[in-house]
Ligand binder design. Structure first.
Ligand SMILES: [Zn+2]
Length: 475
């Protein structure tokens, strides 16, 4: 039988606020010594009172708006009970039946260019647990991560393939980064995935039995886990086996999923309203103000570059994918007035130079204005593309004004035809043999003469004009 895969994703992204969700401890905790950023609140001492971090709330709202969610003017926090050694309170503070936002949607683009909307059921806020470190001598606990702010983004089961799920996860990462709500760096544990996956006979409406795979912490393991589960469930169903509703773990080394526990229901968490935190009220004014802070998102930007600036689709997407790169590009175009050529210079010469040094556009010495000026000089025919490439590194390293640089070094294209004719005549006079072989029909001989004129003018002549002048004089 043919089966259809149905996938839903829960994505946890760490909000990049300065401090933790309910205390003032530092939230920038990667690579730190264990237990450096802790206090009685995030260590769960009895009697401590949590205080909601306004910055984290605002960032969560911005992310929710960028995902097209409705923001709830009234929401509340709840206790979700677990008993783990790295959760000192004995519960996580999360949002259960009244999340801060619901009913969003984003559009994903697949490799073949087709697009598909994926619904988002909710984005809610919560705090994270600490971390256990297992050593030969026993297990250690690090509370640096305890109480750090998270947003959990829950999709509807709208994805039907590995490719769709992967595109969705990457798109979420792009969006939360774009609104600066999360750095979403997977290597630093700032984003992780829980995957729900089931198979159903093609054409059947009812969903199959779903399996949950928790804590996938890279795109690679997400993709491999999906591939593995599709094969495992398909094989089971084909052999009249039964899928068990359960939580499975991903074993990255072996490349397979293993049973962890049969699925808990909401009742197992014994949710109840958090008595120490007042309900969250977000006014319409606040929502309006935060809406204004949301920048144009990558997809809209790419579309604008494609339609208004006439850039090819892949170049438009490449520039728009990175907010800093897009900003650099737009500032440079303002000066150059030539979108396509500017895009090419940024993606080839500038990116090449930065890559060599392991930098991104944020670390570029060359200002977008000066890059724009350089492109304009080529566009206006003041210098040749070759000269521009020759001087690029020097201009870029020192962030020099290309106009002044070209003027000082005398690199302008020789626009005075009389002067250029003079140089051409000189070259012809000095090379009677080459001239003779050209006259005998050896077209290539002309190239040697052009080369000499270019050398004599230090590359500042327009090669096309030189060609024409030489031909005219010789014939
Ligand atoms: Zn703390």
């Amino acid at each position: 039988m043919e089966y259809q895969t149905v996938i839903g994703l829960e994505i946890h992204a760490r909000i990049n606020s300065k401090t933790k969700m309910f205390c003032r401890c530092d939230n920038g905790i990667f690579d730190e010594q264990p237990n450096m950023h802790v206090c009685p609140i995030c260590m769960g001492f009895p009697g401590m009172l949590p205080v909601t971090n306004q910055e984290a709330i605002k960032k969560g709202v911005k992310a929710a708006l960028a995902l097209g969610c409705e923001i709830k003017e009234f929401s509340k926090f709840d206790r979700k009970s677990y008993f783990y050694p790295d959760l000192p309170k004995g519960f996580q503070i999360s949002q259960y039946d009244k999340p801060i936002s619901e009913n969003g949607s984003i559009t994903i683009t697949l490799a073949d260019g087709t697009t598909k909307p994926i619904r988002i059921e909710r984005l809610h806020l919560e705090d994270d647990a600490g971390k256990l470190i297992h050593t030969a001598g026993g297990s250690l606990v690090d509370f640096n991560r305890s109480g750090t702010p998270l947003m959990e983004i829950v999709s509807a089961p709208d994805m039907n393939s590995l490719e769709e799920a992967s595109a969705y996860a990457r798109q979420i990462q792009k969006i939360v980064r774009y609104v600066n709500a999360s750095d979403a760096d997977m290597e630093k544990g700032q984003m992780r995935f829980d995957l729900n996956i089931s198979l159903r006979p093609k054409g059947q409406k009812e969903l199959g039995v779903k399996v949950e795979i928790k804590n996938l912490n890279s795109f690679r393991s997400l993709e491999k886990a999906i591939g593995y589960e599709i094969r495992r469930q398909d094989e089971l169903l084909e052999n009249n086996g039964q899928i068990v509703q359960e939580t499975r773990g991903w074993d990255d080394e072996k490349g397979l999923t293993v049973t962890q526990r049969t699925k808990e229901g909401a009742a197992d968490y014994r949710y109840f309203p958090e008595p120490d935190i007042p309900p969250l009220v977000i006014t319409r004014e606040m929502i309006q103000a935060l809406k204004k802070e949301i920048p144009e998102l990558a997809d809209a930007k790419a579309e604008r570059y494609r339609t208004k600036m006439k850039l090819p689709g892949d170049i438009a997407r490449q520039l728009a994918a990175d907010a800093l790169l897009a900003d650099y590009f737009e500032k440079a175009v303002e000066v150059s007035g030539a979108a396509k050529k500017t895009a090419n210079w940024i993606l080839s010469e500038l990116t090449g130079l930065l890559n060599e040094k392991g930098l991104t556009v944020g670390g570029s010495n060359l200002s977008p204005q000066n890059l724009g000026k350089l492109v304009r000089l080529i566009e206006e025919g003041v210098i040749t593309g070759k000269i521009a490439k020759d001087i690029f590194i020097e201009v870029a390293e020192g962030d020099l004004d290309p106009e002044k640089f070209v003027e000082e070094k005398g690199l302008k294209v020789m626009s005075d035809t009389g002067e250029l004719e003079g140089v051409c005549k000189g070259v012809i006079d000095r090379n009677p043999e080459i001239v003779a072989s050209f006259r005998e029909g050896k077209e290539k001989a002309l190239g040697a003469l052009v080369g000499q004129v270019m050398a004599a003018t230090k590359g500042s002549a327009n090669p096309k004009a030189v060609n024409e002048i030489l031909k005219k004089i010789i014939s």
